[in-house]
Design a protein around this ligand. Structure first.
Ligand code: SF4
Ligand code: SF4
Length: 92
């Protein structure tokens, strides 16, 4: 089973992942639903955080197209495919 993970402390809430995913793996949720998450200092310094985060809700539907990996400005998405290979964000 393909597993998609978002490293929440690094997520800027840009919603690029939700916008590009062809199978709707991502949903934006209010940041206050993750009270234990502390913003990554380096990411916070680089981007202006918004009031949303992304959360994975339909991970098994991921088809590993890698579109989200190219667009994730927080470089916080990791995907483990059916063969156990890791795919990381590659935003430039
Ligand atoms: S790799 Fe493709 S299908 Fe999987 S979560 Fe990212 S955009 Fe969606
Ligand atoms: S693209 Fe990355 S930084 Fe932007 S909302 Fe999605 S997971 Fe967060």
């Amino acid at each position: 089973m393909v597993q998609v993970n978002v490293d929440l402390p690094k997520c800027t809430g840009c919603a690029h992942c939700r916008d590009v995913c062809p199978v709707n793996v991502f949903e934006m949720k209010p940041r206050d639903q993750f009270p234990g998450v502390v913003d990554d200092a380096a990411v916070a310094a680089k981007f202006q955080f918004r009031t949303e985060r992304s959360a994975v809700i339909n991970g098994p539907e991921c088809i590993v197209c890698e579109a989200c990996l190219f667009e994730c400005e927080g470089e916080c998405i990791t995907i483990t495919d059916d063969e156990g290979n890791l795919h990381h964000s590659t935003y430039k």
